[in-house]
Design a protein around this ligand. Structure first.
Ligand code: SF4
Length: 306
């Protein structure tokens, strides 16, 4: 993709399913709140991902600012909602340099976190980095609300997809991220991601080389919704993918008074519900699963610039 083609994608932005149609080059802003130059809050070796991603040397993680989904309970709220402006703007060449620097630091992979609203630039950045010597896998870490057309631009460039599947219920997704169509959009996105990577491949060191890890953060009081998500994932993909069942939901509204969490989200997840969901996953026959031992969440995150 040439510079001119990249720019044109931001001029009438239909990059994600929000389809805002704004001109991000001339100052227009859609739901994601971002202009046309990717803002990177922090990039670092990250040890808080699943073991097949973080390994022993860490995942070379690049945290992008902004988000097109903006869940009201976001565990990365600092950079997804606040649009701190503390991040640094990079063009495709600059992003490629970051990937190569992380590879130099012996990262197992490059891990692009919430980059969906910058896909045209990401496409170009990976091409440049590959030409300049990037050999480690590239992972695309996403809230699962991506457009299939945009994902197709990443075909052949992404080795590992790490999408969320957050909700089954439309009223729930409407209430928590104003996306009534979340489940349908996510199902289509996961199909496209899986089409690109195929079944998971783990090397002799226990590291993922290609494939898909679908994450589901359990929310308090939503065990039925969780089971519907697990039914779908196991029925559709089974052990060709990994499922990461996450229990670290933390009501961060004490930090951010404007979050206005509904009552059912103002508590931690009952760990009995987590155990029940983990058992359900096992009953469904899912062997490729990551189950967490404890519920500590915040220390899994790096210190963002806020
Ligand atoms: S990427 Fe941002 S501006 Fe473009 S359609 Fe999505 S939310 Fe709207």
């Amino acid at each position: 993709m040439r510079d001119k083609d990249i720019a044109s994608k931001y001029e009438n932005c239909l990059i994600c399913p929000r389809k805002c149609g704004v001109n991000r080059v001339t100052g227009g802003r859609g739901v994601c709140g971002m202009g046309n130059l990717p803002l990177v809050n922090i990039y670092t070796l990250h040890y808080g991902e699943e073991p097949v991603i973080s390994g022993t040397q860490g995942s070379g993680t690049v945290f992008f600012e902004g988000c097109s989904l903006k869940c009201i309970f976001c565990q990365n709220y600092d950079i997804s909602h606040n649009e701190t402006g503390k991040g640094t703007a990079y063009d495709a060449e600059g992003l490629a340099r970051i990937y190569l620097e992380l590879q130099e630091k012996r990262a197992h992979n490059i891990n692009l976190v919430t980059a969906g609203h910058f896909i045209p630039t990401v496409v170009e950045s990976i091409r440049i980095a590959r030409e300049d010597g990037l050999t480690i896998p590239v992972a695309f870490n996403s809230g699962g609300y991506e457009s299939v057309d945009s994902l197709k631009l990443l075909d052949g460039l992404i080795d590992i997809y790490m999408p969320d599947m957050k909700f089954f219920s439309s009223p729930l997704s409407q209430k928590l991220c104003r996306a009534r169509d979340y489940y349908e959009v996510c199902c289509a996105a996961l199909d496209e991601m899986y089409r690109q990577t195929g079944p998971a491949v783990i090397d002799s060191d226990g590291l993922m080389k290609k494939g898909m890890i679908v994450r589901h953060l359990m929310l308090p009081g939503q065990l039925f919704d969780t089971k519907k998500v697990l039914d779908y994932l196991c029925g559709r993909f089974g052990n060709d993918i990994y499922i990461s069942l996450m229990n670290q939901y933390t009501p961060f509204d004490y930090k951010y008074p404007d979050m206005k969490l509904p009552d059912f989200l103002q508590r931690k997840l009952p760990q009995g519900h987590y155990a029940a969901a983990a058992e359900y996953l096992s009953i469904l026959g899912q062997e490729n699963a990551f189950i967490q031992e404890d519920a500590s969440g915040e220390e899994l995150l790096p210190d963002f610039k806020t």
